[in-house]
Design a binder for this molecule. Structure first.
Ligand SMILES: [Zn+2]
Length: 170
């Protein structure tokens, strides 16, 4: 028989606190970002309002455009160098239409493990991530919404994919 006081000492499983969260493999600029409560992931630069407010499932359009025009990484917010990486779902990669701004390759690599834990709607994708596709490219086109109705997301079209890597989400 267990004494009743043991009930409170049951170990609770820890969730997502060590998978992909190794700060040693994370680029320093990404590790320096504020952390979201959800899984302790770094708040992507493209998901933060100028006021500092953020939601890791919401892409802030103004920031997305700024990333594209100023050539800064959508995750860490620091200047990009070519080639840049895009990270998205297999559907986005097949359509050559991504909804999250360009990234450092190093940021994109660790993001595949990190943000899969957050699930649905993360990094501008619709639905839960089944797999992540990382592409690298020497350039891209930016497509803004055509009108005030319909899909209001900004779309990125890599103009020549140098490399494409697919990995399972989770
Ligand atoms: Zn970065």
């Amino acid at each position: 028989m267990r004494p009743p006081e043991d009930l409170g000492t049951t170990r609770r499983p820890t969730v997502g606190d060590d998978r992909g969260m190794d700060d040693h493999t994370m680029p320093d600029d990404l590790a320096d970002r504020p952390r979201a409560q959800e899984h302790g992931v770094p708040v992507p630069f493209a998901c933060q309002e100028e006021s500092g407010a953020f939601d890791v499932r919401t892409v802030v359009k103004r920031r997305v455009v700024r990333c594209a025009l100023s050539r800064v990484c959508g995750l860490c917010g620091i200047s990009l160098a070519w080639p840049v990486a895009f990270l998205g779902s297999p559907d986005e990669a097949d359509a050559n239409a991504f909804h999250f701004p360009p990234l450092h390759e190093g940021c994109a690599e660790v993001a595949r493990g990190l943000y899969a834990l957050v699930g649905e709607g993360v990094l501008g994708i619709t639905g839960p991530p089944e797999a992540w596709v990382l592409v690298t490219t020497g350039g891209f086109e930016l497509e803004r919404p055509a009108g005030r109705t319909g899909d209001q997301r900004v779309v990125f079209h890599p103009n020549s994919v140098a490399e494409r890597r697919t990995s399972d989400a989770g």
